[in-house]
Design a protein around this ligand. Structure first.
Ligand code: ITT
Length: 193
């Protein structure tokens, strides 16, 4: 089945392709002639995931899904949360975001955090939401080169390594996106796709 993934993030696309497997051919907005970023102006992950999926659905008429993800840090009252992509700057500067996060947690002993992903699917014109979370903590310093975004700082519960120190398969087995995408895949399977 062909499905449009409404993302401009190449890392997310690679993870989704590995997670959904060969049964699905994932198209990108670029494959469908849409190169501009969809608006992301909602105050929640759910709202932004729906906003991105609706935008691409309107532009292409295709079945599609979008992912909105946030890192929620307990000692920061849930920040950066829905603002995770633009925490330190207006762009997607992963290193600046990580530096700011460490600075804001200086001297803080509560390092608890979680990643949360909401996937919005539009299939046959109907909307569906799927969620995936992983609990963990923010390391004192970055470790590892794999993954993207906050991966060098996030250690999932039960592990002594950050996501950036894991293989793609190890991260996908534990991660917020892995959990949300498996729910999406189960739903699509149940819907005969
Ligand atoms: P699209 O909206 O085009 O899908 P984006 O990068 O803007 O891509 P989000 O709005 O969901 O995606 O932003 C979430 C930010 O959170 C992202 O830029 C990363 O910095 C971070 N992030 C998301 N998923 C992550 C993951 O699996 N590991 C580490 N950081 C992640």
């Amino acid at each position: 089945m062909k499905l449009l993934f409404a993302t401009h993030n190449a890392h997310k696309l690679a993870e989704a392709r590995a997670l959904l497997g060969d049964r699905f051919t994932l198209l990108t907005p670029h494959d469908c002639g849409v190169d501009e970023e969809p608006p992301e102006t909602q105050p929640t992950l759910e709202g932004n995931a729906l906003q991105k999926a609706r935008y691409l659905h309107r532009r292409t008429g295709l079945d599609c899904f979008a992912d909105d993800t946030g890192l929620e840090v307990e000692a920061l009252g849930g920040a950066p949360g829905v603002h995770s992509a633009r925490y330190a700057t207006d762009g997607h500067d992963f290193e600046a975001n990580n530096r700011l996060l460490l600075r804001n947690l200086e001297g803080q002993s509560n390092r608890r955090a979680r990643f949360r992903t909401v996937v919005a699917l539009i299939l046959g014109g109907e909307e569906h939401l799927f969620e995936g979370c992983v609990e963990g903590c923010i390391a004192e310093r970055p470790a590892g080169d794999a993954g993207f975004g906050y991966d060098p700082l996030f250690r999932p519960e039960g592990s002594d390594r950050t996501f950036a120190q894991m293989s793609a398969d190890e991260k996908n087995a534990l991660s917020h996106r892995g959990r949300a995408m498996r729910r999406l895949a189960e739903y699509l399977h149940g819907a005969g796709k």
